[in-house]
Structures are given as structure tokens and as C-alpha cells.
Design a binder for this molecule. Structure first.
Ligand code: ADP
Ligand code: MG
Length: 281
């Protein structure tokens, strides 16, 4: 029996789950329109309710203005749960598409990375750092092969009013995508998103992530040292030097020297493949 979300929505199948939330399909009873409803258990979040308020505040600030960022449609709460209602993405996570394909063709990877980076630039320009960019938080709007990709999950995001690098020091994120400065606790900001984009690009091109190690300790040490390789050769032989150079650029260990989203977008790998309108093909 479907549960009834306060008055207006009826929830259906589970779409996904993360650290604190279960996301379910929800139908708006009056209009028959489908949404994705993030259900957050207040007990589980005890003491961290501010994280949800932060997620809502950030989404209100940015999501309606960009076609590649999930839109928060509605929000309400009951005694036990908090509910965030989003426009539904029916195409699944980028993570699952990479796993299904094995890896992406370089031109397709460049197209996706350019789109995501433009949305990251939009987020950064609004003074926000996402801090949890990874293929589980990048969703396809529809099931179509060329569906728009959407940045989701602003649960760990922060508003950074000043261009200061040293504001945030807590350790958070998903280890494989976390930048060296997060582990070093030297302060972090927008550059952590660029690092994560480097890891995502590597994953798209090869089908596996660069810092996978036997233990979390070894993984952390590899990240801090920027110790990764474009190996085994068989996974990289069809990848261009320009693509590898782009990955290297984003995986600059020093956050001060790491490119900004704007600089990454200007890299040859993304700038040269930007589709141009052809008048007379
Ligand atoms: P958490 O903070 O717990 O990781 P997310 O916001 O990432 O929560 O949501 C968890 C999962 O639910 C996502 O990885 C995705 O699979 C699914 N999901 C989230 N938002 C949507 C949406 N708008 N449409 C479809 N599925 C979604
Ligand atoms: Mg998530």
C-alpha cells in the first residue's frame, strides 16, 4: 500500500538512497504529475537538521536558474520526516551508465564534462561549493541516450561569500572523490569541486577511479601525493593526450594552482570540442 505524504502526494517506488535519505517517486494527487521525493528521517538526522535547512537554502538560491541543476519544487515536514520534492529525473545515475557502458567514448565524455562544468561554474559564481560531486549525484533527466545531465544532492554544499580558500575545514565527502586539502585540513573551498571533476573525468574515460586502493589509509595517502597513473595501458590506449592533460590539470594537488571552473572550461579538451552551429553542413 502506498504511503500518503501529507495531503498532496502519494509515494511510490524507491529511486535511490544515500547517507541520510531515501528518495521515492511521488505523484502529486491533484495534477497527476510525478516528482522525486527525498524523505529524510528526523531521528537519523538528529543534531544535523541544519544540513537539510542548508540544502534547502542553497537549492532555493540556485536551482531554478539552471537547466542542469535539479529543481526543488516543494518542501514540507511531519513529526518524523522532512520531505524535499524535486523534479523527477527518470534516466538514473551517471554511475549506473558508466557501469553499464564500461567507459565512455572520449567525445561523449567531453560533452558531458563540459555541461557539468558549466553548471559547476554557475554554482561557484553564486558563491556555493557543492563538495559531493560524484557519479551517484549526477542524474539523467530522461532515459534517452542524449538526456540532459543534472547535478543533484546539495546536502554537503556550503555558501562561501568570500573568495577565501580557508573557510571550511571539516572532513566530508566521499573518499575517492575528495581533494588532498580536505584530508590535510588546511582549509578548502571551490577547488574541491574541480578536483572531483578530475576524478569523474578519469572514471568516465577508463571505467574505474584513479585512487582505488586496498585501504582507506592508502587511498588517502595516494590522494595527498596525487599518486595515480593512466594505467593499465589497455584502458588508456584510445584516449588522447589532450584528455589525459585535462585530467592532470583538474587533479593538481595544490588547490591554489588548480584551475577554476572557468579555466577548466577553457582547456583545449573542452573548448575545442564545443559544438558549433553549422549553417551549411
Ligand atoms: P543523499 O544525500 O542521501 O546522498 P541524494 O540527494 O543524493 O541523497 O539522493 C539519493 C539518490 O536518490 C540519488 O543518488 C539518486 O539515485 C536518487 N535521486 C535523487 N534525486 C532524484 C531526482 N530528482 N530524480 C530521480 N532520482 C533522484
Ligand atoms: Mg547523494
Amino acid at each position: 500500500m502506498p504511503a500518503t505524504v501529507p495531503c498532496q502526494y502519494r509515494t511510490g517506488k524507491t529511486l535511490g538512497s544515500g547517507t541520510y535519505a531515501i528518495v521515492k517517486e511521488a505523484i502529486h494527487i491533484h495534477t497527476g504529475k510525478y516528482y522525486a521525493c527525498k524523505v529524510i528521517n528526523k531521528k537519523l538526522m538528529e543534531g544535523r537538521e541544519h544540513m537539510v535547512r542548508n540544502e534547502i537554502a542553497v537549492l532555493k538560491r540556485i536551482s531554478s536558474g539552471h537547466s542542469n541543476i535539479v529543481t526543488l519544487h516543494d518542501y514540507f515536514e511531519t513529526a518524523h520526516n522532512l520531505y524535499l520534492v524535486f523534479d523527477l529525473c527518470t534516466g538514473g545515475e551517471l554511475f549506473d551508465r558508466i557501469c553499464a557502458k564500461g567507459n565512455y567514448y572520449e567525445a561523449d565524455a567531453a560533452g558531458l564534462i563540459r555541461t557539468i562544468f558549466k553548471a559547476v561554474k554557475h554554482i561557484h559564481d553564486a558563491g556555493i561549493v557543492h563538495r559531493d560531486l560524484k557519479p551517484e549525484n549526477l542524474l539523467f533527466k530522461t532515459q534517452a541516450e542524449d538526456a540532459a545531465i543534472m547535478i543533484a544532492d546539495f546536502g554537503l554544499s556550503r555558501v562561501m561569500e568570500e573568495e577565501k580558500l580557508s573557510m571550511l575545514t571539516e572532513i566530508c565527502g566521499t573518499p575517492g572523490y575528495m581533494a588532498p586539502e580536505i584530508f590535510k585540513r588546511t582549509g578548502h573551498g571551490k577547488p574541491v569541486d574541480v578536483w572531483a571533476m578530475g576524478v569523474i573525468t578519469y572514471f568516465l574515460l577508463a571505467g574505474y577511479t584513479p585512487f582505488d586502493r586496498e585501504s582507506q589509509q592508502q587511498e588517502m595517502e595516494a590522494i595527498i601525493a596525487g599518486d595515480y597513473k593512466f594505467e593499465p595501458e589497455e584502458y588508456w590506449m584510445n584516449v588522447s593526450d589532450t584528455a589525459k592533460d585535462f585530467v592532470k590539470y583538474c587533479l593538481t594537488t595544490d588547490p591554489v594552482k588548480r584551475p577554476t571552473a572557468t579555466q577548466a572550461l577553457a582547456h583545449k579538451w573542452l573548448a575545442d570540442t564545443e559544438p558549433h552551429f553549422v549553417a551549411n553542413p
